[in-house]
Design a protein around this ligand. Structure first.
Ligand code: CS2
Length: 479
């Protein structure tokens, strides 16, 4: 079967939307690290719309550690299909990627980062990709950071940012704006501090220049994007009549909230639907704690119940009722109100999105990297509830379910996808529930000191874990 490309695209059915511009006339103005499915389904769709008005903002997709996606983009002239899964499904070809750089392409990345026409650097490298310690600052002992401190071609994204900013400063070029598009609270603030910390170790004047001039706005990104599995790609090829190895699928809902005025004379993302606001933090916390907090809860509790997808979990009444109570009675009351955002209505909308029958979003996908996700998604709420003197027993359930997940997978000898996998497997080895809880609470990358020393929360987690292990999950969900 033919591949999707600039020439085969012209022959697609009229029902498939195509770029509203000629991709051949696009300049590269954005460098993106980590062109995984979420980037291709989310930020790239915004830039694709923007290119219809302003041809300066084509994207260079950088994936220096794995070739799969960039090879597929290269074979398809940078084109791929975005399938929107909703009541009325639709297909759209995205043409925003004009450069694709895989392993061995470091010199090209360096040249682009120094190019004055590149005004924005975006990143989706997942929580672990920023090499942060448990307190959210740059982990100077992380192997990639240790390597970056030695010099030479960077290993980490933070290293690349410093490298690129140093080149611009030396050439008298203004810094690019950095948009971190991962689910960390204060994502831009944290990435800015990490970049300055690495620059400081190299050249204090560079660190000061970055601190004074470079913008790292916080952002909130949202769109549910299940991984592109073989069944999706095969079904899509049958519908398109051409093969597309870079296709992605997502729900219709999409949101990108960016610190106001942060983009200056850069891409006008506000014109293509991004929300520009002074209160990104409010949106970000609400999204992380409600949507992502409930997602992780559905994942770990749902997997313990033998369920497969988010929609399946939402069809399981005790679990659906539990996450709703968790949101309304435990998470929302400790969130700071956000102007213009009704948190109860937001919760309702999130739960409706989880029920979307057109999407099969695997719980196992959400369960990845739990050690990195739990702090922002659930443990920040626990800490806030504790400070407010509110109960935390319901919040203990998803934390215990994560521990049960670790125990189950370790006992079965199944891999745990998590940068702390070795520590997790070691913690679970031969451990009774109380030992497992103690060993996992000792991971300071997960449990910050105020929670690690919280005997009451620890007892609540242990009680929930014992019930999960005894098979009394539905009983536990009644609270
Ligand atoms: C999910 C997120 O995989 C996960 O951990 O919770 O990817 C979620 O689908 C997105 O943040 C939605 O915007």
């Amino acid at each position: 079967m033919r591949r999707l490309s600039l020439s085969s695209c012209a022959a697609l059915s009229a029902a498939v939307a195509r770029p509203g511009y000629d991709p051949r006339g696009v300049a590269t103005g954005v460098v993106h690290f980590g062109p995984g499915a979420f980037h291709r389904a989310h930020q790239a769709a915004y830039f694709d719309t923007l290119l219809g008005m302003d041809l300066r903002w084509g994207i260079a997709a950088v994936s220096l550690r794995s070739a799969g996606t960039v090879d597929a983009l290269a074979d398809q002239d940078g084109l791929y299909t975005l399938a929107i899964l909703d009541h009325a499904p639709s297909l759209r070809v995205i043409g925003a990627h004009r450069d694709w750089i895989g392993p061995g392409g470091g010199a090209r990345v360096a040249a682009l980062l120094a190019d004055p026409k590149v005004g924005v650097v975006t990143a989706t490298v997942t929580e672990k990709g920023y090499c942060l310690a448990g307190d959210g600052t740059l982990d100077m002992a992380h192997p990639d950071i240790v390597a970056d401190l030695r010099g030479g071609e960077p290993h980490s994204v933070v290293g690349w940012l410093v490298h690129g900013l140093a080149a611009r400063r030396a050439a008298g070029v203004a810094p690019f704006t950095v948009l971190c598009c991962d689910n960390l609270s204060g994502n831009g603030t944290k990435l800015r501090a990490a970049t300055i910390a690495l620059a400081q170790a190299r050249d204090p004047d560079l660190a000061r220049w970055i601190a004074d001039l470079a913008r790292f706005p916080d952002t909130m990104v949202d769109s549910i994007t299940p991984a592109s599995d073989a069944a999706f790609l095969a079904d899509l090829a049958a519908r398109l009549g051409v093969e597309d190895r870079a296709a992605v699928q997502r729900e219709a809902f999409t949101q990108w909230v960016i610190g106001a005025r942060a983009l200056g004379d850069g891409p006008d993302l506000g014109a293509v639907g991004a929300i520009m606001t002074d209160d990104v933090g409010g949106y970000e916390r609400a999204k992380l704690r409600i949507l992502n907090g409930l997602h992780s809860t559905l994942a770990y509790v749902g997997l313990a119940l033998g369920l497969d997808s988010v929609a399946d979990a939402m069809r399981t009444a005790p679990l659906a009722g539990f996450v709703e109570r968790l949101a309304l009675h435990d998470i929302v009351p400790v969130l700071t109100p956000v102007a213009g955002l009704d948190l109860a209505a937001y919760t309702g909308a999130v739960l409706a999105r989880f029920r979307n029958p057109a999407i099969r979003h695997l719980l196992s996908q959400i369960a990845w990297d739990g050690s990195q996700k739990l702090p922002y998604r659930l443990l920040d709420t626990v800490a806030a509830a504790r400070r407010a003197g509110r109960p935390t027993d319901r919040l203990a359930v998803p934390v215990a379910a994560w521990m049960a997940f670790v125990a189950r997978r370790s006992a079965a000898g199944e891999a745990i996808v998590d940068p702390l996998a070795t520590s997790l497997v070691n913690a679970a080895a031969g451990a009774a529930p109380a030992q497992l809880v103690d060993r996992l609470f000792a991971l300071d990358a997960v449990f910050r000191p105020e929670l690690a020393g919280d005997a009451r929360f620890r007892a609540e987690v242990l009680a929930a874990l014992e019930r999960i292990m005894a098979g009394d999950i539905v009983g536990l969900l009644q609270q």
